[in-house]
Ligand binder design. Sequence first.
Ligand code: WTA
Length: 569
Amino acid sequence: MKALPAIEGNHNLKNYEEAVQNFDWEDVRKTFSWHKTGKVNLAYEAIDYHAENGKGEQVALYYSDARRDESYTFAEMKTFSNKAANVLKEANVKKGDRVFIFMPRTPELYFTLLGAIKIGAIVGPLFEAFMEGAVRDRLEDSGAKVLITTPTLLERVPFDDLPDLETVLVADETYEDNGPFLQLNKRLQAAPSDVAIEWVDREDGLILHYTSGSTGKPKGVLHVHEAMVQHYHTAKVVLDLQPDDIYWCTADPGWVTGTSYGIFAPWLAGVTNVVRGGRFSPTDWYETIQRYKVTVWYSAPTAFRMLMSAGDELVKQYDLSSLRHVLSVGEPLNPEVVRWGVKVFDKRIHDTWWMTETGAQMICNYPAMEIRPGSMGKPIPGVEAAIIDDRGNELPPNRMGNLAIKKGWPAMMRAIWNNEAKYQSYFELDGWYVSGDSAYMDEDGYFWFQGRIDDVIMTAGERVGPFEVESKLVEHPAVAEAGVIGKPDPVRGEIIKAFIALRQGYEVTDELKEEIRQFVKTGLAAHAAPREMEFRKSLPKTRSGKIMRRVLKAWELDLPTGDLSTMED
Ligand code: WTA
């Protein structure tokens, strides 16, 4: 697909090359209080600062779901997060203690998360869909002292097996206190609305996000307050947030996108943030954009693909003309999806690459820059990325290798909780953080994702990135989603096997299979065409929407599937 030209307009980042050359993280650090005092607190900078500096009456949070419809100004967010901080203090929470939050998106989630940070605690948000084993692993490993949850989810909390867990706050107005299980709501109401902020060091703990690898238990990725420097910087140069923006990030705070970009970045930048509770539904999502007049929208390829499958007729029933800037993260963004975005919203979707471990956006597409659909874009000003071989040598353009980042960006993880060896394993090549993704860089410095290193397929001597094949497959009108793996083969090393979910109205026939195979063959390469295809209603995905190729592979080869706690039902 052809490159799409830069968008005209008064963007925060006007000239990429210039911004890269003149960039100094120290200039961004000056935005925050430690510049003067040596201490800081992210929650203060995100909420109280705005409440006290002319934005008290501006809406900070629009919240709605099927039952609730609320809005909170920055002044109100300050009050409610202070109250939550006081409730947590009553529960004996001290600086550095872990406070976990296991509940669906509701205003109380946001109050308590910010309140915990205000008193220097480390927060740990969990997806509401986690079952007992997943909850136990995370609370046990982190040694959480307090958990905030709902009556329904309480059943999945094995309280008696968790010696460090002292108090459970239950968000429900009718819940009756029962030993260590206390009702949150009445305590929030009664709590004082002022609190003494715990001023912390830049390197003090902020948040723990558990992520699963292909083997072993999920690991706790620790981020510190210093991450705010990059959240703020990317809010400006990548999200391109302007004071009047209405911003909507669709991610749940159980996923790093839902905290770094659903909470920290927009509020550090002082903009109005939309949160829509409940499950994904195309009509609901379009309504949300129309109703709040969302201007900047951050979502994920899987959601865009589901909106695509819902059909273009549906989009036309809504007024989405408020949208100014649309972004995506979590998985490679298929060129087909970019094309669809241009067609239906008249907006290019901007891909952004980063990871739980990087804490914030790293390689991105910018409004003021030409985008090349299928490419993740270029490193943000202040970040140095390269493609390296297994010994740490930088590779020339167009060679596939390890996507690596020069150590030392502000939002970099600072520990894997309880697992120093694992943490060090990311940095074995001197000076580099090795991401585990494989990619190449073109002559002009654009990065192109190929797959997780473990996912790259070797077939008849050719290296094939599964993403390229998947992207081609979803271009076919019958294909809604595709996951591609390498299957061991005595002759070819591996052959390409595609798992496909068809769009509504299509049926599996030999003709269709052959047509799809030919489509990849002529559109990509003969060696990239799937030799085997299997059709399923849906594909195994993480809650953040990533197709779990390792699960497909395990099913195919009858191997153990590893940790499945992050898999969607
Ligand atoms: C993948 C997400 C291609 C990648 C914030 C990475 C992507 C992993 C992209 C991290 C993208 C994320 N293009 N691949 N734009 N964004 N990924 O920890 O494999 O959920 O290493 O963080 O997702 O996923 P995580």
